[in-house]
Write a protein that binds this ligand. Structure first.
Ligand code: NAP
Length: 497
């Protein structure tokens, strides 16, 4: 079995609540399947409201001691967790690839990416500085201190099962918060393995609690956290409709929110671009994780003068991509996460063709000796895309590049911003004046300028508009898990004089 683990006990199949591995209170189970074949290979708890409440009870009980733990000690625990994640990179990478489907090289890479956030926030934990304010009147000392927000509920998607969890849990723990977390139905095992390593690192009981649930019961678990006034923050990565639901429902207890939601990234190639670099950048940005990333280019705009050359060079690269199961050496595009994902891609391509787009490469489901499962889709390039097509209006979340030809800078900026979403944008140009003009004009939280790979633990990751708010990573990331307290001390000058 190519994706089997060297340490079998890292495949945990129970919840982790108050430092105990436990089944759902009502004993319900949820199958976990391999997207390469849809074969079930594990079962985990299908938790409900009672488990969600037990997790908050544990997190609330652990909070006073954890927030009082000196930042340096919290940092040391995070560093131990970081070291254990690195030591188990191969097993964690296999687990990611097995339950999520990405090629093993990408699974291993995701482990390093996730670990980088744990290391970063271990270091940031000791730098949660406050401020001393010059007092505007005599007889006072005025200070600002940073405090942990309290119990944090973290809800994560399936596309980066290790990185999404690490990006939330590491800053929360660094800040002195305790955590209840729910991973996505499709990818619970990576979160449970990371939790096992956090336990081994010596995290005290109740500081991190992991509750697994099916898609049907996700709302039952999260509704408990939304309604519970002890949960002071929700940190969520996922779709915009669910993010809006969380914003509405958390209003009852006015929780702090971080929402990392969907994108609809434009990728613009101007006439003055280095075309080979633009093709490389698009390949890196689009085809990571089979196109199932929130920052992957969803709409590609190419200026008339270089359109045909760009399409020709891109088509050669896309046609050469190797599609296959995560376990096959050389795989570059794995299966999509499930059948619903492939159905959506198929619908988008059919809609685009019915509205006048042309298929240059791909454009079909794949079934062959090397892709012997139901969830494969051929890497695809479409030309003649326009703003009326479903692939321009929604995230396709698959290996499809729809290309639109444009004439002027003003026209393409208007088209790029013509979306409710604002997560990432990319453009390629060698004109320095244009670089600054276009960077200023794009309405997104992240802009790639002659660069396709943007994410890094040292950079603030997050969107604007309906892509959400809050930032993960960087020196801004810790603030999302802290509140600001102002201390004002009277100096009683009269008595001293
Ligand atoms: P999703 O359906 O919104 O699910 C995300 C999480 O929310 C999962 O844990 C899911 O549980 C849970 N959930 C679903 N319905 C819920 C409800 N009614 N109440 C409470 N929780 C609920 O999103 P997805 O399809 O898994 O992920 C893809 C989306 O994530 C895309 O839109 C992508 O752009 C976005 N994303 C954004 C970022 C970013 O940083 N901005 C990063 C990665 C992905 P179940 O799995 O059990 O349904």
């Amino acid at each position: 079995m190519p994706l089997s683990l060297t340490r079998a006990d890292l495949q945990r199949t129970q919840n982790f609540i108050n430092a105990r591995w436990s089944d759902a209170a009502d004993g319900r189970r949820l199958p976990v399947s391999d997207p390469a074949s849809d074969a079930v290979f594990a079962e985990v708890p299908d938790s409900g409201a009672a488990d969600a409440r037990a997790a908050v009870d544990a997190a609330q009980a652990a909070l006073p001691a954890w927030r009082a733990t000196p930042a340096k000690q919290r940092a040391q625990l995070l560093k131990r967790w970081h070291a254990l994640i690195l030591a188990h990179q191969e097993d964690l990478g296999r687990l990611i690839s097995r339950e999520q489907g990405k090629p093993l090289a990408e699974g291993r890479g995701e482990v390093l990416y996730a670990a980088s956030y744990v290391e970063w926030f271990a270091e940031e934990a000791t730098r949660a500085y406050g401020d001393v304010i010059p007092e505007p009147v005599r007889g006072r000392k005025m200070l600002v201190v940073k405090e942990p927000v309290g119990v944090v509920a973290a809800i994560t998607p399936w596309n980066f099962p290790a990185a999404m969890i690490a990006r939330k849990i590491a800053p929360a723990l660094a800040a002195g918060c305790t955590v209840v977390a729910k991973p996505a139905e499709d990818t619970p095992l990576t979160s449970l393995a990371l939790t096992r390593l956090a336990e081994e690192a010596g995290l005290p009981a109740g500081v991190l609690n992991m509750v697994v649930a099916s898609r049907e019961r996700a709302a039952e678990v999260v509704d408990v956290w939304l309604a519970d006034g002890r949960v002071r923050k929700i940190t969520f990565t996922g779709s915009t409709p669910v993010g809006k639901h969380l914003a509405r429902e958390s209003a009852g207890t006015l929780k702090k929110l971080s929402l990392e939601l969907g994108g609809n990234a434009p990728f613009i190639v101007f006439d003055d671009a280095d075309i080979d670099a633009a093709v490389e950048g698009l390949m890196a940005a689009k085809f990571r994780n089979g196109g199932q990333t929130c920052v992957c280019p969803n709409r590609v705009f190419v200026q008339r003068g270089v359109h045909d050359l760009f399409v020709e060079k891109l088509a050669l690269r896309v046609a050469a991509l190797v599609v296959g199961p995560a376990s096959a050496p050389g795989s570059q595009i794995g299966p999509m996460i499930n059948g619903r994902a492939v159905d959506k891609i198929e619908r988008h391509v059919a809609d685009a063709v019915s509205r006048g787009a042309s298929i240059v490469v791909g454009g079909r489901r794949l079934r062959s000796d090397s892709c012997d499962g139901p969830n494969y889709y051929a890497p695809t390039v479409l030309t003649g895309a326009d703003a009326s097509m479903a692939c321009s209006l929604e995230e396709t979340f698959g290996p499809v590049v729809p290309i639109t030809r444009f004439d002027s800078e003003a026209e393409v900026i208007a088209a790029a911003n013509d979306t409710p979403f604002g997560l990432a944008a990319y453009f390629y140009s060698r004109d320095i004046a244009r670089v600054w003009r276009v960077s200023d004009a794009l309405e997104t939280g992240i802009v790639g300028i002659n660069e396709g790979a943007l994410a890094a633990e040292a950079a603030p990751f997050g969107g604007i508009k309906e892509s959400g708010y809050g930032r993960e990573g960087s020196r801004y990331g810790l603030d999302d898990y802290m509140q600001t307290k102002y201390l004002c001390q009277g100096l009683n000058l009269g008595a001293a004089a």
